[in-house]
Design a protein around this ligand. Structure first.
Ligand code: URA
Length: 468
């Protein structure tokens, strides 16, 4: 309960109002965000509010107000002391999406400061923090002073929401993961932008996933989310661009925690040459494109293309790898685990799934594949419980590849032998082979939303940014 000059707010009234589909005002949403952050609203009430918001939706005004209230639920980071442009990247969530591990050091190696506040496993998608915590000793909960020290020393720091920084998102994010309330544009926008705006960024690059592995499956819903986030962040003073990118298959080969880190370090080490068919060409390409935009918005390149070229150089000359390892050490991580990554990898059970048919890999239900990854032990059953760093799935064939029945298709790593059967069964249902090669080539980047494009899009939808 909170007394104010106008009326006293009660959680139950706010729940009933949202349940009945009525619009909450900024004061009511600030009450929810503060209650999530300081624990004055119980988890059961928050979960009910999330489900009501998911079912009834959030208007543009509600989304904006919730975003700002969640941003203001804690302290703010002040990157002006870094003496560089502070730029970050955030994805709406994907399977095997490890680009944060790559773009942070790439952009930092090119002179941009990267104060990155990331998330954990969410629904069927992986979480950067859970991946980094696979490194013994790596601390994702730094104080603001420690965060600043690491960025000054290394150029980048990757941490999570804390009791200081975006605490409302810390609570709501973990609850959404366990209450099937992730896939809602307003909740996604407020979750992502609250932590990004609390970091005081000069600029932000958003990777909005579309396709079978995205939270929002329909192309128009993804476009709306991209426009919504760009317009909301710009209205709050952060220069923002959103790239709509393909999540019609896992990005790269690995989906899990430790195995995604290894794939990233291999790429930073140049251990998989770009011309090899084994290479994670999509992961390399998307990381360079996103880093190119970060470098451009961080005023270190005239154009995103020139930023791409700078990022590629930092990848090839080893400077991004040096930033990455320095950041891990500065956050308490033991980098010696990368000396022999295979020796560190100790899954409880392993199974190679052979191709169950011959043909071309045509359709993938990437959301189902993401759930398969979670069920190996890489995700959580309960909010707050630890994940298994060693669990996950390595995919040996990509969309469009020709496979012969019996050849290794994927390697499953599970916490216990009894956790192998469900992911194996999901995999077989989620992948379809065709007799002829799939003819549609899906581009990696489907559309780019700058501020003007986002505002025009919303105007066309009669959701003008200025109507709030
Ligand atoms: N990433 C976030 O931080 N929040 C979401 O809701 C989705 C992706």
């Amino acid at each position: 309960m909170q007394s104010g000059s106008v009326t006293t707010l009660h959680t139950i009234d706010i729940l009933r109002k949202k349940r009945d589909g009525r619009e909450l005002d900024a004061r009511e949403l600030a009450f929810v965000a503060a209650g999530a952050a300081n624990g004055s609203i119980q988890e059961a009430e928050l979960a009910a509010w999330l489900m009501a918001a998911w079912l009834k939706g959030l208007s543009l005004n509600e989304t904006r107000a919730l975003t700002l209230a969640m941003r203001d639920s804690g302290e703010k980071f002040a990157p002006t002391r870094l003496g560089k442009q502070a730029v970050d990247k955030h994805s709406t969530g994907g399977v095997g999406d490890k680009t944060s591990l790559l773009v942070a050091p790439l952009a930092a190696a090119c002179g941009v400061a990267v104060p990155m506040i990331s998330g954990r496993v969410l629904g069927h998608t992986g979480g950067t923090l859970d991946k980094l915590e696979a490194i013994p000793g790596y601390r994702t909960a730094l104080t603001l002073a420690e965060f600043e020290t690491v960025i000054k020393k290394c150029g980048a720091s990757i941490i999570g929401q804390t009791d200081q920084l975006a605490p409302a998102d810390r609570k709501l994010y973990a609850l959404r993961d366990r209450t099937a309330t992730v896939e809602n544009p307003g909740l996604i926008c407020a979750s992502i932008l609250s932590k990004k705006l609390a970091a005081g960024l000069n600029a932000l690059v958003l990777d909005v996933k579309t396709g079978s592995g995205a939270f929002l499956r329909k192309r128009e819903d993804c476009e709306f989310l991209a426009a919504l986030m760009v317009a909301t962040a710009e209205a709050a003073g952060t220069r923002t661009v959103a790239l709509l990118t393909d999540m019609g298959q896992p990005l790269g080969r690995a989906a899990g925690n430790w195995i995604e880190l290894v794939e990233s370090v291999e790429l930073l080490r140049g251990e998989r040459p770009a011309w090899s068919p084994e290479t994670n060409i999509d992961l390399r390409e998307l990381s360079l494109i996103l880093a190119g935009w970060m470098i451009h918005l961080g005023t270190q390149a005239e154009t995103p293309e020139a930023g791409y070229a700078r990022a590629e150089k930092a990848l090839m000359d080893g400077s991004a790898l040096r930033v990455f390892l320095a950041m891990i050490e500065a956050q308490g991580g033991d980098v010696s685990v990368f000396d022999d990554p295979a020796a560190f990898h100790k899954p409880g059970a392993t199974e190679i799934v052979a191709a169950w048919d011959s043909g071309y890999v045509a359709e993938m239900d990437t959301t189902a594949l993401g759930w398969a990854v979670q069920r190996t032990g890489a995700g959580r059953e309960k909010a707050g419980e630890p994940v298994d760093p060693h669990a996950g799935i390595l995919f040996h064939a990509r969309r469009g590849a020709r496979v012969e029945r019996g050849q290794p298709f994927a390697t499953l790593y599970a916490t216990r032998p009894e956790l192998l059967a469900e992911p194996a069964a999901i995999l077989k249902r989620a992948i379809h082979f065709s007799k002829t090669p799939p003819n549609a080539v899906v581009p990696l980047v489907i559309r780019v939303f700058t501020r003007d494009e986002a505002e025009e899009y919303l105007r066309e939808k009669q959701l003008s940014a200025s109507s709030s």
